[in-house]
Design a protein around this ligand. Structure first.
Ligand code: PLP
Length: 446
């Protein structure tokens, strides 16, 4: 599949995703609505999986970084595609287990895993835990001993590279809440520490240098630093890295300021990483490790769009025009958080040329509740269906009930047909866990 074919304009002038007309979806399911193209998700999972197969003899695994979009259906797809997943909380782990995902293919991350999350992970039989703290290692070791098992672990390390979208900086001192620094020696100390644990099997390293990165060289540099460190650990501790997790972070298209990378372009990123792994193994005389990558955004980000209905339109003369939609920061907080940029299309008038720059605002009680500023659109009218593109990652997963707005439903489109993967919330859901203390009830009665 050419992943660039996921969105089309049909002969009615409507936007289509995965063969489904967005105006029909809006009518049938209501708005706001998250829509995902299953073919896109599978194509991305496959290209990473197949590239490891063909370029590295299958000696590795793609992990879907499920924080990008976690719901049972995503784990069900990942299971069918025979890839692994990473989880960063008890809640993501629970969701994966509910979907019947094989525990041995789950990698558990997090910089402050709670004791109850760790015991839950061991209860589930999670394949690998990525250690990010010494006391956490003690706890896993003790729990593994209790259960009479040896738990596989990786160590999160910090190569001292900060990647930004199109550039990177190398830092000698690492300021991050994640991992142990190579430069300041703590990564080496922790390696020795983990090797000393009877009920842990130290397998290797994990690093993740950032997200929405386009610069291939940042990933390559991180892998090079990993191998220099691995070689040093072999020399000083006699420890040979069995597994190397190179993290995620491949960038996606949000607006035309970003590169538009097709499925083959992502293949090239992975080939560059694999090429570096082979080269460095030869250079340092190391065995080729089992490799992992953890793409999240690039698997699901461009597979998803959000549909909204246009409501109030407010023109402030000589200032700007606000086009309000029936969603906002409760379903997509990324503008409010990072001033992220998106592309908007009027799905019912998709063939019309854009003619004005407007701010698209949400319905929350915050001035900063925007989907974007200076978005290029045809003249929007109340009732138009607006599609915001590339919302598959870090939208639903970051949604909230702010202002007691309902988190929108999500549907999965396959061969033009759509089905719920997340059902719509109801007002009853909002008060399900509310409680009024008895004395308050009593006082209100009199
Ligand atoms: C967020 C994250 C990922 C996924 O990053 P993407 O940019 O979505 O590909 C992978 N690994 C770790 C450890 C992460 O924190």
């Amino acid at each position: 599949m050419n992943t660039r074919d996921t969105l089309k304009i049909n002969d009615k002038g409507h936007l289509e995703i995965g063969g489904a007309d967005c105006t029909d979806l809006a009518k049938r399911f209501g708005t706001p609505l998250y829509v995902f193209d299953e073919a896109y998700i599978r194509a991305m999972m496959r290209v990473y999986r197949d590239t490891i197969e063909t370029e590295y003899d299958g000696n590795g695994l793609v992990l879907y970084a499920s924080k990008a979009f976690s719901c049972e259906a995503m784990y069900a797809i990942a299971k069918q595609e025979k890839i692994g997943v990473d989880v960063v909380s008890g809640g993501e782990l629970y969701t994966a287990m509910q979907a019947g995902f094989p525990a041995e293919k789950i990698y558990m991350h997090g910089n402050n895993k709670l004791p109850r999350e760790l015991t839950y992970a061991l209860d589930c039989g999670v394949g690998t835990i990525v250690v990010d703290d010494a006391e956490e290692a003690d706890l896993i070791d003790a729990e593994a001993e209790k259960r009479g098992i040896v738990q596989s672990v990786l160590l999160r390390i910090n190569p001292g590279i900060e990647a930004h979208t199109h550039a990177y900086v190398q830092t000698a001192t690492t300021d991050s809440k994640f991992g142990f620094s190579i430069q300041n020696g703590t990564a080496a100390k922790m390696t020795a520490y983990l090797l000393g644990k009877k009920h842990l099997r130290m397998k290797g390293y994990h690093c993740h240098i950032g997200s929405q990165i386009f610069e291939k060289q940042s990933f390559v540099l991180a892998v090079e630093k990993n191998f220099a460190f691995a070689a040093e650990m072999k020399k000083t501790l006699g420890f040979e890295t069995e597994t190397l997790n190179m993290g995620g972070g491949f960038g996606i298209w949000y607006t035309d300021e970003d590169a538009k990378i097709d499925v083959n372009g992502y293949k090239k990123y992975l080939e560059a990483l694999i090429g570096t792994v082979k080269e460095k193994c030869a250079e340092y005389g190391l065995k080729r490790p089992y490799i992992l990558i953890e793409p999240g955004r690039s698997i699901v980000g461009e597979a998803g769009i959000t549909l909204y209905t246009v409501g109030a339109i407010k023109e402030i003369p000589n200032v700007r025009k606000y086009v309000a939609i029936d969603g906002g920061m409760f379903d997509n907080p990324r503008y409010a958080l990072y001033q992220s940029k998106y592309t908007a299309i009027l799905a019912n008038r998709a063939a019309e040329a854009p003619c004005e720059l407007v701010s698209v605002s949400g319905k929350c009680c915050e001035s900063g509740d925007l989907i974007g500023v200076n978005m290029n659109l045809p003249e929007a009218k109340r009732g138009d269906i607006m599609a915001i593109l590339s919302t598959g990652a870090y939208n639903y997963s970051m949604a909230s009930n702010y202002n007691r707005n309902l988190i929108p439903a999500a549907v999965l489109v396959k061969d033009g047909k759509a089905e719920y993967i997340v059902k719509p919330q109801t007002y009853e859901d909002l008060v399900r866990n509310d409680a009024i203390p008895a004395y308050l009830r009593e006082e209100n009665r009199s």
